[in-house]
Write a protein that binds this ligand. Structure first.
Ligand SMILES: Cc1cc2nc3c(=O)[nH]c(=O)nc-3n(C[C@H](O)[C@H](O)[C@H](O)COP(=O)(O)O)c2cc1C
Length: 168
């Protein structure tokens, strides 16, 4: 079990474009009894409703979505490059039929009962503020449907208040 230090959000220096698009993250939700994690590369951080927030996009088909919908909290975990195989695994396999943490060689850990990944080097613990279904009627750019939703597997945008960031 790794020891994390609190990371004051005002001191956080990161490029959100490379952080999400290139480095990727694991979004983890659920409880000590059962949780799941999946790789994401779409999302961001910012300010909304006077809170420091993250926003992530989870398709209907993801097992992780069930945990995002059931619970009030989730986390984002970011990693050193050496964990790329684990991120690849969690982005290509569903936790529906297996213990994905074990198969990927990573360890679920909990703070305030919120699941995150122990091997991460930066973790954001989040309180779910809103779950916003992304619907096709909101697209001004009609190419979005063609390029990303031909199979009807739509995203829900989850906005989470960052209640604690921690790093090691
Ligand atoms: C690099 C990468 C980025 C991904 N980004 C997202 C994303 O932002 N949203 C999403 O719904 N799925 C994304 N996925 C796909 C899910 O991680 C993948 O379908 C996963 O197996 C779902 O697992 P689950 O069914 O256990 O939740 C991404 C996959 C990879 C490899």
């Amino acid at each position: 079990m790794h020891t994390f230090q609190p990371y004051p959000i005002d001191l956080l220096e990161m490029n959100p474009f490379t952080k999400f698009r290139k480095e990727w993250a694991l979004v983890t939700a659920g409880s000590k009894a059962k949780c799941n994690t999946m790789t994401i590369s779409w999302g961001g951080v910012g300010v909304l409703w006077n809170k420091n927030v993250v926003y992530v996009f989870v398709r209907d088909s993801r097992y992780t979505k069930e945990f995002m919908d059931q619970g009030d909290f989730f986390s984002l975990s970011f990693f050193e490059e050496k964990y790329r195989p684990a991120l690849n695994y969690c982005g290509a396999n569903s936790g529906r039929g297996e213990d994905k943490f074990e198969e990927a060689g990573i360890t679920p850990a909990f703070r305030h009962s919120i699941p995150y990944v122990d091997e991460a080097n930066l973790v954001m613990l989040c309180r779910k503020m809103a779950a916003v279904p992304i619907t096709e009627d909101t697209f001004n750019d009609k190419a979005i449907t063609k390029d990303f939703y031909k199979d009807g597997d739509l995203h829900t945008m989850y906005v989470g208040e960052i209640i604690e960031a921690m790093a090691r």
